[in-house]
Ligand binder design. Sequence first.
Ligand code: SAJ
Length: 408
Amino acid sequence: MSFETISVIGLGYIGLPTAAVFASRKKNVIGVDANQQVVDTINRGEIHIVEPDLDIVVRATVTEGYLRATIQPEPANAFLIAVPTPFKDAHVPDLSYVEAASMAIAPVLKKGDLVVLESTSPVGTTEQMAAWLASARSDLTFPQQGGEYSDIRIAHCPERVLPGHVLSELVQNDRVVGGMTVKCSEMAVNLYKTFVKGECIITNARTAEMCKLTENSSRDVNIALANELSIICDKLNINVWELIELANRHPRVNILQPGPGVGGHCIAVDPWFIVSNTPKEAKLIHMARQVNDNKPQWVIEKIVAKAERFKRPVIGCLGLTFKANIDDLRESPALGIVRKLIAMDVGKIMVCEPNVNDGFSEFPLCDLATVLREADILVVLVDHDEFKRVDQQVLKEKVVIDTRGIWR
Ligand code: SAJ
């Protein structure tokens, strides 16, 4: 199977780089997105997200005619679904985008096609997707009915790339490929081998779904331990950064770093898919989410306690993004903390975020030198490189709350 035409549904942080990488291997790629602006931007050879080098690959593949975007799905040999899987109220997974994508591609499916779900999904979503497709196309057989002889092959292959390193991780990382049958898995491996240099490891769809959720839950639980330690150490007057460095000298200990909370659209979301599936059993995973979600409030209380010593302090907040050296504000604990400080009117709030400029208008941003000069209280919320380079002499007269441990 040569996969002459590949269609990627959802051209966001995962879908667009994936589409571009297939196109860079001289595959005809049809990118599908429900947003006309996104479609127009890509067809001009431009991009709507920030990811190093992605603009170059998109411009080249659009110009050469290998990548093209459209609103309406068209026939292809393989369909990759990379749409959002957020949660609704009470942390219940919202699969409406997967359902909409399934219904959109169903009319153009034909015998022999492969459909891969890439979106991070609760266990059972791939089977649900197959059921949606089958309900729309009773003239075709799917793995749940036809087994190894089905007309359509279906697999789950979760994305695992780190924002900021997407293009290299797409190629280098191992991929877990969970087909609904063995033939489904084998076909999906053939597809990914177009560009993946890492190993493609075959399992079933449910295990592949759980594997992705486990990876991000593992990180969340480990960060929760670090965050809890930071609160304990604060009470016991111990430097948590030194403590973790020392404990990590043990050959089998590897504690992660505390911070102001866990942000981004993955680690703060995915563990809830496990909790939602198995609420009674997922005790530790649930507790870790709560520890990490409560950390911003703890930071706010620290700042308020320090502010009480002043009449109306200037509070300099350093960083807004969800982690260092990126421009992504999604689910950012730093942004949540700043918003709350402004709403509480704790003092004069000055914010420096060197990676965010155009289009941010919620409150004014200041340059680093001004914040360092004017602030009575300095709060490090993100460990951007610019902040790490600050001359520590400047900090002498200030109250410092360093949630990332960059100025130990
Ligand atoms: N964080 C800490 N302390 C740490 C590490 C991270 O507080 O020691 C915080 C960060 O500041 C940030 C949050 O956790 O707010 C998440 O950052 P991250 O770098 O851990 O992860 P993401 O969300 O950028 O990407 C993760 C990755 N998953 C794992 O490393 C297991 C990535 O490989 C996944 O593809 C991605 O989620 C995803 O799309 O699911």
